[in-house]
Design a binder for this molecule. Structure first.
Ligand SMILES: *[C@@H]1O[C@H](CO)[C@@H](O)[C@H](O)[C@H]1NC(C)=O
Ligand SMILES: *[C@@H]1O[C@H](CO)[C@@H](O)[C@H](O)[C@H]1NC(C)=O
Ligand SMILES: *[C@@H]1O[C@H](CO)[C@@H](O)[C@H](O)[C@H]1NC(C)=O
Ligand SMILES: *[C@@H]1O[C@H](CO)[C@@H](O)[C@H](O)[C@H]1NC(C)=O
Length: 353
C-alpha cells in the first residue's frame, strides 16, 4: 500500500488544474490562518522541532497513511500527545474548527459556517461530492500514471518506471482512495475530538458484523451544531462512560452530530459498550440529542442511513443484508432511541422487527 499518499498528491494535483483560479484567493486565506496557528503552537512550545510539529499535525489531520509514514517516519514512536493537546486547544488553534466549517458560497467566497441544514450543502463534505463529480468520469489510473511519469521526468528518476509493481500499487491505492473519500463520509477521528485512550486492551470485533443498533444520547439532550460543541459532547460522554460507568471507552461505535459530521467512538474494529449482550455482533451508532419528540436534522439522519451504512458495507465491515434495530428492541429498560426517532427508523432499509 505504499501509493496512497502519493495518489492523494496526484489527485490533488489533478483537481488543482481542473478548478478555476477563483479558488486561489480562498486558498491563501486558509494558509494564512494555518501559518498563524503554527506560529502560536511554536511560541507556546519553545524548542519544538519542525518535524515533531509536522508529525503531530499529520496525526491530527488523520493522514498517517503508509506513504507519509514511509517518508516522514511513524509518529507512534514519539510522544506527541501533549503537543496534540496544545494544537487542539481551540483557544490557541482555531484552524481545524475553521477548516471543518468552511463554506464556499455560490459566488465562490469562502467563509465559516454553522453546520445547520441550510449550510451543509456547502461545507466541506460537499467538497467530496464535488471532487467525485470532477474525477469520476476520468480515467484516473491512466492520469495518475501520466503525472507520475511527468514527476519522474522532472526529477530525472525515469528509471522508477521500470518497476512494474507501481501500476498495481496505483490501482490498489485508487481503490482505497475511492472507498475513503467517495464511499465514506468524513469521520472525525478520536484524536481530533480530544479522546482519552481506551482503558485496558481493546477487544477486537470479528468482521463483518450483521447488526446495526441505533441510539440517541438523551443527555446531552441538545443537538450540537458546531465542531467545538460536538467535540465537547464527545469528551463529556467519554468521561462519563469511563469514570462513572467504569467502561473501557466511550460506549458507542460512532456518534452523529448535527454539525454535518460523524465522530469516531470505539470505531470499526473494537467492541463497544452500547447494547447489552449484543456488543460483539453489531455497531452502536448514536445521535447526539433527545429524540423523544423531535427528529434529528434530515442531513444528520442521511449521514447514518445512507453514507455511514454504505461505507460500512462497502468496506466489508457490515454484511449487505445486515439488520438495523433500535436500542429499545434489544433490552427492556430503555425507550432509546426515543419515540420520534424510533418511529422514523422503522421506515429505513434493513430495519427488522
Ligand atoms: C489552552 O490555552 C490557554 C491559553 O494559552 C491556556 O490557558 C489553557 O490552559 C490551555 N488549555 C489546555 C487544555 O491546554
Ligand atoms: C426529552 O424530551 C422529552 C419530550 O420533549 C421531555 O419530556 C424530556 O424531559 C426530555 N429529556 C431531557 C433530558 O431533556
Ligand atoms: C444474509 O445473507 C446470508 C448469505 O446469503 C444468509 O445466510 C443470511 O441468512 C442472510 N441474513 C438475513 C438476516 O437475511
Ligand atoms: C427484562 O427482561 C429480562 C430478561 O429477558 C427479564 O428477566 C426481566 O424480568 C425483564 N424486566 C422487565 C421489567 O420486564
Amino acid at each position: 500500500m505504499p501509493s496512497f499518499g502519493l495518489l492523494f498528491y496526484c489527485l490533488t494535483f489533478l483537481t488543482y488544474f481542473s478548478v478555476d483560479s477563483r479558488s486561489a484567493v480562498g486558498h491563501l486565506r486558509n494558509i494564512d490562518s494555518l501559518i498563524r496557528a503554527v506560529e502560536q503552537v511554536e511560541d507556546s512550545n519553545p524548542g519544538l522541532s519542525p518535524l515533531a510539529l509536522i508529525r503531530a499535525l499529520r496525526r491530527i489531520a488523520g493522514h498517517d497513511d503508509a506513504m507519509t509514514v514511509h517518508f516522514l517516519g511513524t509518529s507512534h514512536l514519539f510522544d506527541t500527545a501533549g503537543l496534540e493537546t496544545a494544537i487542539l486547544n481551540t483557544s490557541s488553534f482555531s484552524f481545524f474548527d475553521k477548516a471543518l466549517h468552511h463554506i464556499v458560497t455560490d459566488n465562490g467566497e469562502e467563509r465559516e459556517g454553522q453546520g445547520l441544514d441550510d449550510f451543509t450543502e456547502k461545507i466541506s463534505p460537499k467538497r467530496r461530492q464535488l471532487s467525485r463529480l470532477i474525477l469520476e468520469p476520468r480515467d484516473l489510473q491512466n492520469e495518475v500514471m501520466e503525472i507520475l511519469a511527468l514527476v519522474w521526468k522532472l526529477e530525472r528518476t525515469e528509471w522508477i518506471a521500470f518497476d512494474t509493481g507501481i501500476s498495481h500499487s496505483v490501482k490498489e491505492g485508487l481503490k482505497e482512495f475511492v472507498h475513503k473519500y467517495w464511499e465514506c463520509p468524513q469521520i472525525i477521528p478520536r484524536c481530533q475530538w480530544g479522546a482519552k485512550p481506551h482503558n485496558g486492551t481493546p477487544l477486537p470485533l470479528s468482521l463483518p458484523l450483521d447488526h446495526l443498533f441505533v441510539h440517541h444520547t438523551y443527555t446531552p439532550s441538545a443537538p450540537c451544531l458546531t465542531f467545538s460543541d460536538c467535540a465537547r459532547d464527545m469528551r463529556a460522554m467519554q468521561r462519563f462512560h469511563q469514570d462513572e460507568r467504569g467502561w473501557r471507552d466511550i460506549g458507542y461505535s460512532f456518534v452523529v452530530g448535527s454539525d454535518g459530521y460523524v465522530y469516531e467512538g470505539a470505531g470499526w474494529n473494537t467492541v463497544g459498550t452500547h447494547t447489552r449482550g449484543q456488543n460483539s455482533i453489531g455497531y452502536g451508532v448514536s445521535f447526539i440529542g433527545n429524540y423523544t419528540a423531535l427528529l434529528p436534522s434530515r442531513h444528520s439522519m442521511d449521514l447514518l442511513r445512507h453514507q455511514l451504512v454504505q461505507c460500512a458495507v462497502g468496506g466489508g465491515r457490515l454484511v449487505s443484508n445486515f439488520t438495523l434495530k433500535g436500542h429499545r428492541q434489544m433490552v427492556n429498560y430503555t425507550t432509546c432511541p426515543g419515540d420520534a426517532l424510533f418511529s422514523e427508523i422503522t421506515k429505513w432499509d434493513n430495519f427488522r422487527q
